[in-house]
Design a protein around this ligand. Structure first.
Ligand code: TYM
Length: 332
């Protein structure tokens, strides 16, 4: 079976609706057709200021929310990145074939480092995409299900794989991003031209998967929309309504055209109340499931240990091959 691989950073107290629709839904959809590897990139999470106790708690929350999303540990390896040391080991090798300018062109690095003044950004933030390339290549992954904002990182990964193969002989599978257009970029409900993000200053427009049904219904009812009245899908002219329609469609599995037809002649408010109710029900169920999972840490530990064991079975031989191709003397 071809392989799928993806990860989502444990840098907030909860994942949000963008992570869920842009990533987790696609992870789950690929589980049957692909041998899947899904993980919590804790090593990536320390490239910005963080608190160790929070990181530990967020790692468990991350695992619980991935499971609550439908990641099935019987079919997919679910694990913590730092449990598989081969990621960091391969990243070091890839550092050597990555150009300084090439890494400097990564837009996520430019955005994140600009936030606090680039002199304050860590070297880890700069090499972050190279560790991500290692995450992907160490499993010889074919498909990488991600949202639109990760496209450039997967492109860098492809370039590094091709470069290594060219210099040292065929070693890595060149992976492809798997980006589902309809949900590749979910927007902030308060600012429907910027993406929903856990690091947005206000969470008024961010639906967290730990929000209560009441909070969610309120966030959706107060979503920013334009001053018009007609409910149509027009990303340029009506980004707020377009975003609500995308979420509605993703949540119900119904076509946007069908939803638009249903709301013909109705006001924005009708759509917001209906979607608010649907999402409230969704987070209610999701929250219950997450809390149940978090109540049994020993079980989470077992799932993550089994996942790491499966992951290492694939990662270790890849690293061995890389060391050999790279000219390292191996211990006897
Ligand atoms: P991260 O942790 O920021 O986000 C996790 C996943 O959620 C997607 N996503 C979104 N999709 C749609 N709309 C949004 N508003 C939205 N916000 C986030 C992201 O595209 C991503 O798929 N570098 C990665 C984590 C990572 C990784 C990897 C991913 C580390 N190693 C290897 C894939 C493969 C990141 O920061 O994603």
């Amino acid at each position: 079976r071809p392989r799928a691989l993806s990860g989502a950073q444990p840098t907030a107290d909860s994942y949000h609706l963008g992570n869920y629709f842009g990533a987790f839904r696609q992870w789950v959809a690929l589980q049957d057709e692909f041998e899947a590897f899904y993980f919590i990139p804790d090593l990536h999470a320390i490239t910005v200021d963080y608190d160790p106790a929070l990181l530990r708690e967020r790692t468990y929350i991350a695992a619980a929310q991935m499971l609550a999303s439908g990641v099935d540990p019987a079919r997919s390896a679910l694990f913590v990145q730092s449990h598989v040391p081969e990621h960091a080991q391969l990243a070091w090798i890839l550092n050597g074939i990555t150009g300084f300018g090439e890494a400097g062109r990564m837009t996520q690095f430019k955005d994140k480092s600009a936030k606090n003044g680039s002199d304050n950004a860590s070297v880890g933030l700069f090499t972050y995409p190279i560790l991500m390339a290692a995450d992907i290549l160490i499993y010889q992954a074919d498909k990488v299900p991600v949202g639109e904002d990760q496209r450039q990182h997967v492109e860098l990964t492809r370039n590094l794989a091709q470069r290594f193969n060219h210099r040292f002989g065929p070693t890595f599978t060149v992976p492809e991003a798997h980006i589902v257009k309809a949900t590749a970029k979910i927007y902030d409900l308060q600012d429907p031209t910027s993406k929903m993000s856990g690091s947005n200053a206000s969470h008024a427009g961010v639906v967290d998967l730990t929000d209560t049904p009441k909070q969610v219904a309120k966030k959706v009812r107060s979503a920013v929309t334009d001053s018009g009245t007609e409910i149509v899908y027009d990303l340029a002219a009506k980004p707020g309504i377009a975003n609500l329609l995308s979420i509605y469609s993703a949540l119900t599995g119904r076509e946007i055209a069908e939803i638009v037809a249903e709301y013909e002649g109705q006001q924005y408010g009708h759509l917001k109340v209906a979607l608010g109710d649907l999402l409230a029900e969704f987070v209610g169920t999701f929250g219950d499931r997450t809390r149940e999972l978090l109540d049994d840490r020993a079980e989470l530990d077992r799932i993550l240990a089994a996942g790491a064991e499966r992951a290492r079975e694939v990662a270790a031989p890849t690293l061995e091959l890389v060391y050999e191709r790279s000219g390292f003397v191996r211990p006897v």
